[in-house]
Design a protein around this ligand. Structure first.
Ligand code: AQP
Length: 343
């Protein structure tokens, strides 16, 4: 690893990967390889915060890894691994369980959404999920974290945990000669026209793996026919497309499709509207189908080829984990000394 700035990000192996995961996360992971040392993690320990069938979990871990590779992440230049193979994630998460305050976690909106009305029956892991996420990032003292908009609050919590750890243990950190602040303040990298891709059936809900309607999302392994059918069925309104982004504000479904087009074409919503503003949705949707099939088709086929070779995928993950462990062990050694554990 040659850069000073380090990126960490993860994707849960909790179901079919979709366009939101691709545009909000994986596509940006690929772009960041040119400027940062990157660690990309299949966060299987996060996935089990809600029930996962063990056979299906293994399949999904390999599928997310295949998506990383098929999208263009190079596992020889960067690190691709799964979380449960590096024990430092669990160890640091426990320390952070003791640093983070209950009041901080009580404010996390994702827990409220995921636990829903059956809060008393949610796992303790789902509640403590943000502490594990903070551990994932800070175990590698990552400086930058590319994520979708939905993860912004968790990133803010990670920063609070880093700061409280540095403050609580500042005498110990100084005594060990580890500088003024042991953990960095990681910067979230959120942005672009598709930081939050919405459901194709409801512009007020994010596109999600757990949505019961398969028509609400485009899966990365969908073939051209499925992509075409889902885009054609995507909810819109009867008005033609507006000619500027202001005109998208009260029209969440139109805004979502224009954002998806812009992200897939590496352009801006303004430029998309310069081409399609004033036209009917049918014309725009046909162009969107062509673009989505051209961009996602090769990724989907390569994913299918890779998952047919689990031995190769498992080898990539083992190699990544052994390289991640070197970095993780160094941090955990310091953390144990800072906290006062004997080792
Ligand atoms: N709709 C989205 N738009 C933009 N980015 C998104 N991400 C997820 N959904 C969207 C980003 O993808 C990365 C990996 O997400 P994840 O799988 O770890 O967790 P998630 O956010 O919980 O994804 P889902 O699809 O919503 O899963 P379920 O339904 O299981 O909760 C993250 O960077 C996330 O921001």
């Amino acid at each position: 690893m040659a850069f000073q700035q380090r990126v960490f990000s993860g994707v849960q192996p909790s179901g079919n990967l979709h366009l939101g995961n691709y545009l909000g996360a994986i596509k940006r992971f690929v772009e960041m390889q040119a400027d940062y040392d990157c660690l990309y993690c299949v966060v299987d320990m996060h996935a089990i915060t809600v029930w996962q069938d063990p056979v299906e979990l293994k399949r999904c871990i390999r599928e997310v890894t295949a998506a990383f590779l098929a999208a263009g992440i190079d596992p020889t230049k960067h690190i691709v691994f799964n979380q449960s193979q590096v024990s430092g994630h669990a160890e640091l998460a426990w320390v952070f369980n003791c640093v983070a305050r209950l009041g901080w976690l009580n404010r996390m909106t994702q827990f409220k959404e995921k636990a829903g009305k059956d809060r008393e029956n949610a796992s303790v892991g789902l509640y403590a999920y943000p502490n594990l996420m903070a551990a994932d990032i800070l175990l590698y003292r990552a400086t930058h974290v590319p994520v979708g908009e939905d993860q912004k609050q968790h990133l803010e919590l990670t920063r609070d945990i880093a700061q409280k750890f540095n403050n609580d243990f500042s005498p110990s950190i100084a005594e060990l000669g580890l500088g003024d602040a042991f953990f960095p303040q990681p910067e979230p990298l959120i942005g672009g026209p598709a930081a939050r891709v919405m459901s194709l059936r409801d512009g007020s809900k994010k596109m999600s793996k757990s949505d019961p309607s398969d028509n609400s999302r485009i899966n990365l392994t969908d073939d051209a026919d499925a992509i075409a059918s889902k885009v054609r069925k995507a909810k819109t309104d009867p008005e033609p497309l507006p000619s500027d982004v202001e005109g998208l504000k009260p029209r969440p479904e139109a805004e979502n499709l224009v954002g998806i087009y812009a992200a897939l074409a590496d352009t801006t919503k303004d430029k998309v509207l310069a081409d399609f503003g004033g036209g009917q949705f049918s014309t725009f949707k046909s162009a969107l189908v062509d673009l989505a099939v051209a961009r996602l088709g090769p990724i989907g086929s390569e994913m299918k080829r890779l998952v047919a070779d689990p031995g190769y995928i498992d080898g990539v993950l083992r190699d990544g984990a052994s390289r991640a462990r070197v970095l993780a062990d160094e941090t955990m050694g310091h953390v144990k000394d800072i906290v006062g554990f004997v080792r």
